[in-house]
Design a protein around this ligand. Structure first.
Ligand code: FES
Length: 69
C-alpha cells in the first residue's frame, strides 16, 4: 500500500477551469483588494474569476452563458 502524505504535508491544490472559477481546496482565507479578508470553511471553494458574481470573491455561477430554452 503506497504511503499517502498527511494533510499537513500535502500542498494546497488549485484547479483552473476554462471560463470558470478557480477551485481551491478549503478552508481558505481570501484577502480582497481593499485589504479586508473573507473566510470559507468549505472543503472546496470556487473563487470567481469573471467578476460577475454577486457574492464576489465566491463564484455564484454567473459566469455561465445564458441560453434561451
Ligand atoms: S467565475 Fe463563476 S461567477 Fe465568476
Amino acid at each position: 500500500m503506497p504511503n499517502s502524505p498527511s494533510d499537513a504535508d500535502r500542498p494546497c491544490r488549485v484547479r483552473i477551469q476554462h471560463r470558470g472559477p478557480l477551485l481551491v481546496e478549503g478552508p481558505v482565507e481570501v484577502e480582497l483588494e481593499d485589504g479586508s479578508t473573507v473566510v470559507s470553511d468549505r472543503f472546496r471553494v470556487a473563487l470567481c474569476t469573471c467578476r460577475r458574481s454577486r457574492r464576489y470573491p465566491w463564484c455564484d455561477t454567473s459566469h455561465r452563458e445564458r441560453t434561451r430554452p
